[in-house]
Design a protein around this ligand. Sequence first.
Ligand code: AMP
Ligand code: GLY
Length: 425
Amino acid sequence: MKILVIGSGGREHALCWKLSQNPKVEKILCAPGNGGTAQIGENIDIKDDDIPALVALAKEQKVDLVVVGPELPLVLGLENSLKHEKIPCFGPSAYPANLEGSKAFSKNIMADAGVPTAPFRVFDEFDEAVAFIKERGAPIVVKADGLAAGKGVIVATTEEEAIEAVEDMMIKQSFGAAGERVVIEEVLKGEEASFLAFCDGKNYALLPSSQDHKAINEGDTGPNTGGMGAYSPAPILPEDKYAETAEMCIKPILRHLAAKGEPFKGVLYAGLMYTENGPSVLEYNVRFGDPECQPLLMRLETDLLEIMFACIDGTLDQIDVKSSPQTACGVVIAAEGYPTDYPKGMKITGLNDADAMDGVKVFQAGTKVEDSKIVTSGGRVLCVTALGDDLAAAQKKAYEAVTKVHFDKSYYRRDIADKGLNRLK
Ligand code: AMP
Ligand code: GLY
């Protein structure tokens, strides 16, 4: 079997790594891929938003399955175009992908489906948005409606900051068309968790809980990033709460979309906030999280290829999706200066030493092969992931593995999983 994986992050390296464990998989192509995916298969230099070129590649290479890592190609309708060519694709079609592609769409579906979420209003007019902010006061959250590369959410502590955010989005158009419409909502306080489920349009199979670390600095301070580390399970969402949590945030969405004739197939990711009044959904993503994917796939025991085809075929109810009872912890090593400006091209050493450790896997993100060596090419460079019998053991092993890997001007948080450990005390 030949598989095409779309994307270039640590998530995609993890997807290629896991899929390659199935003996039926003969070849993996990755577009555009990174240094890690190049070691498993072949990288093809096509960007994730070039839908016609991706479809042409899948056709030409006669691939048996396309696996989509990031949200952009899904929102742009890659699944729909592939379906037209009768090529199986793991990932939702464009309409349900709007759960991530449009915050207004997502919030309206949550409201319609009875999913708990922060009270909100949607605005197309700048003056009305400003009037609402003045009426409600701060703190308040301003969100660009469309995809904004993780930068479209402002949790404003003052009215001025909120108005400035709206001006930035609607008048200055900093995010282009993505900011023409905004969602303004109430601030929720609490601890966050990620809850992901494989979905086949009707049935779902839950993955264990996980937790990302979005801020660049220790103690969750500094600007937000794509994610500086993740671990699974997250004690804030223990296993005995999975079923009722899915009843709250996965099942109603699947039912709602199916009733509209737009079934959701792929991975549905609920970003949860545990407030004083219980969990509330902050957002949906329509794909694996990065870096949550890395610890989750380290724990996944059931064959991923089989799960993906079951999602596409609507037969997920016939599969028992199992994860190891162990804990996994992934620490992201970034280039100093990320998420703003950072150097590139630094040579990375020690990858094999870390990988040789029992229960450790280094997933590569912003890396590429240059003169047969792995060098950095992005802000988030690696996600060093380890399995352990409990969270303390997984954390210890992950940081031990981190010390084996080196490149100039590297940076990582030293407190990944501390929040979970504090909760277990
Ligand atoms: P989103 O893309 O909607 O998940 O937002 C990104 C991040 O912004 C979330 O992970 C939260 O940390 C934060 N956020 C979003 N909505 C809210 C809210 N209503 N209250 C507090 N923080 C929020
Ligand atoms: N780790 C958060 C995300 O993938 O959106």
